[in-house]
Design a protein around this ligand. Structure first.
Ligand SMILES: Cc1ncc(COP(=O)(O)O)c(C=O)c1O
Length: 411
């Protein structure tokens, strides 16, 4: 594994990196895009444009800004739909991820005494676990009984055997800890065949792997946009509701003035006029300053295209995997992410068995300029994001990890 090889791979790759379009802290090898993606340089100017319009126009900006604010979220609809493989009416960008999980469960978790289980993965992200437990409790069920936590490998069998008591399946399409990409088609089909609602948390999947939500037949999905989508810390999230639910007036929803038909919104009627799109799950008027970076992000993904990004991602992650295998050989570390590229996205997780990973990650950053992240006690996550990472970044990360692992315990 030589630096020259990595540089040659970068020079020869059919999809050139867009690294120069991002702010890269300290020119690091930034492999933490699965946690917080880098800032596209275009964001500053785009947010500045909205600030300028606000300064120049005040309230008039709602209709007279360069990109008028009242219908601003419409600009995000088509690119967001393309990103997740949905029809435009099925998606809306709003709120943050866990808030959207709750709004979706208001409509799609309708427990009965016979059918009230919520199936999640045993390594679900804590926010999802807290959210489903609180929903079960809200409906008067004991979360310890209602929430079923399963290893991903056991989900299909469980749905076949015990699916008749499952009200909701809610899984992370790409697991935050292991990087495993689940078989969304098979699980969605099995969940629906069992009579359950199937929702997906796409936090680690959106912008990472190609998605075909509409075709998959999932009932709903939600995702954040601060990871692979690079829209900034705490940036706005997205929601997908399958077309077959869009005109269902029987679904309970929490409403606000952004739930109502925009054509009559300013008639200030006391009741909502429903629309037959995912917009009907909106509650508040959207934060334009937060939407501007999402628009930049979606434009960048539209320009490069998920298929090309995925192809590059498979090349980059495969290369990093081969380097990490050499690093791990003879050292107390191993890659725990599935080996089949079809069963993972960009992230590789390394379990280090002889020490706390916190200091390892800190030394990687401080001594080698390699930015990774950790999940204590023993997992380091490295995600070469195909939009801006290079083969050289992968090489830097692997050689640095070898040096830190050889250099004893915590400092
Ligand atoms: C899988 C998953 N679900 C939920 C969340 C929580 O997201 P938020 O804080 O934006 O609600 C995260 C955050 O990283 C996540 O990775």
């Amino acid at each position: 594994m030589t630096e020259r090889e990595a540089l040659d791979l970068d020079a020869a790759d059919p999809l050139p990196t867009r690294r120069a379009e991002f702010c890269v802290p300290g020119e690091s090898a930034y492999l933490a895009g699965n946690s917080l993606g880098l800032q596209p340089k275009a964001v500053r100017e785009r947010v500045g444009a909205e600030l300028d319009d606000w300064a120049r126009l005040g309230v008039e900006g709602h209709t007279r800004a360069c990109r008028p604010w009242l219908p601003y979220h419409e600009l995000l609809r088509e690119p967001a739909a393309a990103l997740v493989g949905a029809r435009p009416a099925e998606v809306v960008v709003m709120n943050s991820l866990t808030v959207n999980l709750h709004l979706m469960m208001v409509s799609f978790y309708r427990p009965t005494p016979e059918r009230h289980a919520i199936l999640i993965e045993d390594s679900a992200f804590p926010s999802d676990s807290y959210a489903v437990r609180s929903q079960a409790a809200f409906h008067g069920y004991d979360p310890d009984e209602a929430v079923v936590r399963l290893a991903p490998a056991d989900v299909l069998g469980y749905l076949r055997a015990r699916g008749d008591h499952v009200a909701l399946v809610l899984l992370g399409a790409v697991n935050y800890l292991t990087g495993e990409l689940l078989d969304m088609d098979a699980i969605t089909a099995a969940g629906r065949a069992a009579g359950a609602i199937v929702g997906w948390d796409l936090a680690h999947a959106a912008g990472n792997v190609p998605l075909g939500l509409h075709e998959t037949g999932a009932d709903w999905a939600a995702w954040c946009s601060y990871k692979y989508l690079n829209a900034g810390p705490g940036s706005l999230a997205g929601v997908f509701v399958h077309e077959r639910h869009l005109a269902d007036r029987s679904l309970p929803k929490f409403a606000g003035w952004w739930s109502t038909d925009p054509r009559t919104r300013f008639e200030m009627a006391p009741t909502v006029t429903q629309v037959d799109t995912a917009d009907s799950w909106q509650v508040s008027n959207p934060p334009i300053l937060a939407m501007a970076p999402v628009l930049v992000s979606l434009e960048m993904f539209g320009q490069t295209g998920m298929e090309a990004l995925r192809a590059k991602s498979i090349r980059l992650t495969g290369y990093l995997e081969s380097l990490l295998d050499s690093v791990c050989a003879g050292r107390p570390a191993c890659v725990i992410t599935p080996r089949d590229p079809a069963r993972r996205g960009a992230q590789l997780s390394v379990r280090v068995s002889d020490r706390d990973v916190g200091p390892v990650s800190r030394r990687l950053r401080e001594e080698f300029g390699v930015c990774t992240d950790t999940r204590r006690p023993d997992v380091i996550r490295l995600a070469p994001a195909p939009m801006y990472n290079t083969f050289h970044d992968c090489w830097r990360a692997a050689t640095a990890l070898a040096a830190v692992l050889d250099d004893g315990g915590a400092r």
